[in-house]
Design a protein around this ligand. Structure first.
Ligand code: PMT
Length: 407
């Protein structure tokens, strides 16, 4: 199993019910914590006969919850808070009695109440004597439960030697396997897990002298929103950012640059470490002063001419590499938006261009919103005006679909 924090940020309610496999849940807690999860253990009275709450408290770093009526909780409704807290509820081990209770919809203790009040997925890891598991009542309960709520997952039981001396199905799935299955469960929503994405964002500054530069109004909001959206779907994201005044999204690596040339070098360096998707959101200055003065330029004549030279086109260079990543460009246009963007798609050899009309003041540069047209060789699709974070989520879905199709 990968040693990284595969469950970082995930909140897991681990319900331990009263079976001999309860001792294995201590190891499960340790593995979940090692993977970065936040674990809140809930124990039934039966579970406490097999293992002490102190063991779970030490491993999870949180006091075990075992009481339905919690005077410490606001409004005395700790069970409802807990039901809403988790990203998943895992009942491991789940005894025959626990499964029967869940199927019947009882709510007479903390465990059964949070299961009934939950909004998150429920996973059950049965553990019991093989005859109890084989009993038609238990089998009917499991079948009924999944008929009532097909989203409920039942993992196990495994077959093998049992604590009571019997052999057969009824053993709780091993903690390592449960932990791996949870990682895989959360990965379903992380289609870019294991992939690297490089995003350029913000403006560049092209120096005239130590205190003056040529730049533009890009705030970085579009690029930073995309970086977050890519990170949310599991990608490792490197943000190559020009000077902006917004915070870097959590979990995203950033390389701060100033000029187009610095952005180019930093992007190429990020690519060397691996890049599956490259998204150029930055408003890179097309020209820079031919020379940047070492000292502040003094006023003299009534007019002054600054000679400008072309900057390298970072996106074109990367899309033209021998084995380029999946390259997506933006097109900032003020007229004939789609036609100019289509020309950029062909000229820069891109897979997708996201065109925005930057003549509008309610979208584009420095706005909290944007409205774009998505252009590929096969399709032109106009998306509605959205906040930049919401738009980024939509764009990432389209980019993933295109990337997967191109594989
Ligand atoms: O940062 P915000 O305030 O949120 O605003 C977002 C935005 C308007 C800057 C963004 O949505 C956008 O349109 N970015 C692209 C701006 C731009 O420079 O477009 P362009 O049409 O000039 O360039 C085409 C593409 O080539 C872009 O992907 C650009 O990043 C890239 N390029 C351009 C020039 C250059 N020298 N190197 C490049 O990589």
């Amino acid at each position: 199993m990968a040693s990284g924090a595969e469950l970082a940020g995930k909140r897991i309610v681990l319900v331990v019910t009263g079976g001999i496999a309860a001792y294995k849940s201590a190891e499960l807690t340790r593995l979940l914590i090692k993977q970065g999860a936040e674990v809140q253990v809930v124990m039934t009275e039966g579970a406490k006969a097999f293992i002490t709450p102190m063991t779970f408290q030490a491993l999870s770093g949180k006091p075990v919850r075992d009481s339905l009526l919690d005077p410490a909780a606001e409004m005395g409704m700790g069970h409802i808070e807990l039901a809403r807290w988790g990203d998943v509820i895992l009942v491991a081990p789940a005894t025959a009695d626990a499964i029967a209770k869940v199927t019947a919809g009882l709510a007479d203790d903390l465990f059964s109440t949070i299961v009934l009040a939950r909004r998150c997925p429920l996973i059950i890891a049965p553990a019991m004597n093989q005859a109890m598991w084989a009993n038609p009542v238990t089998q009917a309960n499991v079948t009924r439960l999944q008929q009532l709520d097909p989203s409920i997952l039942v993992w196990g039981p495994d077959e093998g030697d049992q604590a009571c001396g019997d052999v057969g199905p009824g053993r709780m799935v091993e903690p390592l396997v449960l932990c791996e299955s949870l990682v895989a469960h959360f990965c379903v929503d992380k289609p870019l897990s294991g992939k690297r994405v490089v995003v350029t964002a913000g403006p560049t500054r092209e120096r005239i002298d130590p205190v003056r530069y040529i730049s533009n109004d890009s705030s970085g909001k579009m690029g930073y929103s995309l970086a977050k959206a890519f990170s949310d779907v599991g990608a490792e994201v490197v943000l190559v950012s020009g000077p902006v005044a917004i915070p870097v999204p959590q979990g995203v690596k950033v390389s701060q640059v100033e000029s187009a040339e610095e952005m180019r070098l930093s992007s190429l360096q990020a690519l060397e470490e691996g890049c599956d998707i490259f998204v150029a959101t930055a408003a890179v200055a097309d020209y820079r002063p031919a020379t940047a003065a070492d000292q502040k330029v003094k006023k003299s004549a009534d007019s002054m001419t600054i000679e400008l030279v072309r900057n390298p086109d970072i996106l074109s260079e990367i899309a033209g590499l021998k084995n380029p990543p999946y390259c997506v460009g933006f097109a900032a246009e003020t007229q004939d938006v789609v036609a100019y963007a289509q020309q950029k798609l062909a000229r820069k050899k891109l897979k997708m261009v996201i065109a925005n009309d930057v003549s509008r003041s309610d979208i584009g540069f420095n706005s909290d919103h944007n409205a774009v047209t998505l252009i590929t060789n096969e399709n032109v699709e106009t998306l509605p005006r959205l906040s930049k974070p919401a738009l980024a989520d939509v764009l990432v879905k389209h980019i993933i679909a295109g990337y997967q199709k191109a594989l």
